[in-house]
Design a protein around this ligand. Structure first.
Ligand SMILES: Nc1ncnc2c1ncn2[C@@H]1O[C@H](COP(=O)(O)OP(=O)(O)OP(=O)(O)O)[C@@H](O)[C@H]1O
Ligand SMILES: [Mg+2]
Length: 452
């Protein structure tokens, strides 16, 4: 089988030996003791027969997922049954999308064998009741922990299930841990759901930035070996403002650009950091990192970002218009650069390690790029939808009109789409992105409405 992680095959130009020693896999989990204790207490209460909710919130990259995954390990060790799922921006118009991924107690939400979600009305009421009954049954012998990631991207239906469960299985040993970004304006339903859950005494965990000493610990974990110069420590602590994702990106940026190197068994600045022209955001850091790669690889990999947070090797190959070998090399380069990770699936499937890394990869591309990739991607999606018989919540694009009511050009539509879908999200991390006028129709329905 094709291996995407062969040593020495990364083709990012300018990668130094010291860079390769950065440790991507076995990172230590830093701090968050109070938060873990609060979640642990909630699990204890839930084990006594009480449904609990925990809301983990904070800005992009602050460590919500890291905390939720860490707690999931703790809960597994405590013999709880842990179910993890995530809401995806692309699935916002698919009813119950994150819950259908879980199946098990949530299987009644899919009314038929090919995955059509339950329609509105009595069928839906019956399905909700069946989910409540199954959850109660599953939690009879050991607590069930449901980790629901990125609630800000949830579909409306999933948001409605949560308050329902709060009412119907209040005495079941179920703990729902939801992560939600504080820097994204949520829908009215999200706001209502959060208010409802808070009224029901949800455990509220707003993640603060890491302290400077925790930033130091994270840097040690990232850099794997050797001492770290104190000037470097304070530079990264100050610049990153304690955001762990930005800590990782800054450290990488400083090494990639030759400001920092491993010399005499220590990571230290080799030029004055006061003059360092390092990226000031995660997006800029990704663009800089891509700039170090050969042009062909950059082209192929930004296709991946246009496809979405998850993409298959086959689809990438189809959109690349180049040889299989070049695409394999590009994928390897990105894995080496820690922008994407390989996931187990039917065939080789990849995910961006973080949403902001995908955003940064797209920002450099022009509209032609989108018009090249989107038809292929959506053609594939429609094909898959037709195979699965999913048509109910798919809408065709209605076209994007300009202020005078005329249909905007494909180029304008593509640009609006880029701004709207990708660049307006990371409000704090990419603070300089200008606001654009809203495109209320346009290509968005085609993207979010087309099922996988
Ligand atoms: N406490 C921590 N210890 C070690 N690494 C951490 C910690 N918190 C976050 N990280 C690292 O920082 C990066 C970003 O964290 P994470 O993905 O959890 O952020 P997030 O808040 O979930 O972001 P988003 O809102 O975009 O989903 C990850 O690579 C993660 O491993
Ligand atoms: Mg996350």
């Amino acid at each position: 089988m094709l291996s995407f992680r062969e040593p020495g095959l990364g083709c990012a130009r300018g990668r130094s030996r010291s860079d390769r020693s950065m440790n991507a896999r076995s990172r230590d989990f830093i701090g968050r003791r109070g938060e873990l204790r609060a979640l642990d207490n909630a699990l204890t209460e839930c084990a006594r027969g009480q449904l609990r909710f925990a809301l983990v919130s904070g800005e992009a990259g602050i460590g919500k997922t890291a905390l939720a995954r860490r707690f999931a390990d703790v809960a597994r060790r405590a013999a709880a049954q842990v179910l993890i799922t995530e809401c995806a921006q692309e699935d916002r118009s698919r009813p119950f999308a994150p819950l259908l991924q879980l199946s098990g107690p949530f299987a009644p939400l899919a009314a038929d064998s090919v995955g059509h979600p339950v329609p509105a009305g009595p069928d839906r009421d019956r399905a909700f009741a069946a989910v409540a009954a199954r959850l109660r049954e599953a939690a009879l012998n050991r607590p069930v922990v449901v980790v629901l990631e990125d609630l800000h991207w949830s579909d409306e239906e999933t948001l409605r299930v949560l308050p329902y469960l709060a009412r119907r299985v209040a005495d079941a040993s179920v703990l729902v841990v939801a992560t939600v970004r504080s820097d994204i304006a949520g829908s009215a339903t999200l706001v209502r759901t959060l208010v409802d859950l808070r009224r029901r005494d949800a455990v509220e965990l707003r993640l603060p930035p890491l302290t400077p000493s925790q930033v130091g610990l994270l840097m040690r974990s990232v850099l794997e070996k050797g001492r770290i110069d104190s000037a470097l420590l304070s530079y990264v602590a100050e610049r990153s403002e304690g955001n762990p994702l930005f800590v990782e990106e800054l450290v990488r940026g400083l090494i990639d650009h030759g400001w920092v190197a491993f010399v005499n068994a220590a990571w230290q600045p080799v030029r004055s950091l006061a003059d360092a022209t390092v990226p000031t955001s995660v997006g800029a850091s990704v663009r800089d990192r891509l700039a170090l790669m050969p042009a062909e690889i950059r082209w192929i990999l930004s296709n991946a970002a246009v496809i979405g947070p998850r993409f298959t090797f086959d689809l990438l190959l189809e959109t690349a218009g180049t040889s299989r070998g070049a695409v394999v090399a590009a994928v390897r380069a990105r894995i080496e650069a820690e922008l994407i990770e390989e996931r187990q699936a039917d065939g080789p499937t990849f995910v961006f390690r973080h949403a902001l890394l995908m955003t940064g990869s797209i920002a450099a591309r022009g509209a032609e790029h989108w018009s090249h990739v989107l038809p292929r991607r959506d053609g594939r999606m429609r094909e898959a939808s037709a195979r699965l018989g999913i048509t109910s919540h798919r809408r065709e694009p209605s076209g994007c009109k300009n202020r005078r009511g005329r249909l905007a050009s494909p180029r304008t539509q593509a640009w609006r789409l880029i701004w709207r879908e990708r660049l307006l999200l990371p409000v704090r991390i990419i603070p300089t992105v200008p606001r654009c006028f809203a495109c209320t129709r346009g290509l968005r329905p085609m993207l979010v409405g087309a099922s996988r």
